[in-house]
Write a protein that binds this ligand. Structure first.
Ligand SMILES: Cc1cc2nc3c(=O)[nH]c(=O)nc-3n(C[C@H](O)[C@H](O)[C@H](O)COP(=O)(O)O)c2cc1C
Length: 157
């Protein structure tokens, strides 16, 4: 199964660490969104989309990119993110906008992963070294790898 990981990671490279861990397990190709041409998706069976969470959602560039695509007719996708406070069930659903965008374009979403990422954006936390310092950590990377292994085991690679 040919897999491509597309990521945006502009704050501290947190999401890139997760993207690379997943890439390794899935033996995927990986690219920063800034280098992607829309028709490259045709060459892949499974696409992973991920970024940091900025103002409650995935990167605007990533959401716009998905918006610009043709209907993908059931192509498989998964989503991932890192964020300062992390996804708290019922309270915040940072994946909501990306999920909606992908479904509108006909993707079939087969998995979602998130973890915390070092965040120095809020001015109030800056003097203390930010929040979620050191994340993603070893445990987060292991979780990301387990997520990818699960995908691998449920699909034919
Ligand atoms: C402009 C900006 C807005 C952010 N907004 C949020 C937010 O709404 N919720 C949150 O939990 N973290 C927020 N963060 C923290 C990032 O989601 C977190 O640091 C993430 O791991 C960054 O990933 P990256 O290093 O791959 O860019 C924000 C960070 C920046 C720079």
């Amino acid at each position: 199964m040919k897999t491509l990981i597309i990521y945006v990671s502009i704050h501290h490279g947190n999401t890139e660490k997760i993207a690379r861990a997943i890439t390794k397990v899935l033996n995927a190709d990986i690219t920063n969104l800034s280098k992607v041409k829309a028709n490259i998706l045709n060459q892949y069976d499974l696409i992973g989309f991920g970024s940091g969470i900025y103002y409650g959602k995935h990167s605007g560039e990533l959401l716009n990119f998905i918006d610009s695509l043709n209907n993908q007719k059931g192509k498989m996708a998964f989503v991932f993110s890192t964020s300062g406070i992390g996804i708290i069930p019922i309270i915040n659903d940072f994946n909501k906008f990306l999920r909606k965008g992908l479904l509108q374009k006909g993707f079939k979403i087969i998995g979602e992963f998130d973890c915390r990422g070092w965040d120095t954006y809020p001015l109030i936390v800056k003097p203390f070294g930010g929040i979620s310092k050191g994340r993603p950590n070893k445990k987060d990377i292991e979780s990301a790898k387990r997520f990818a292994t699960h995908l691998k085991n449920t699909l034919i690679f």
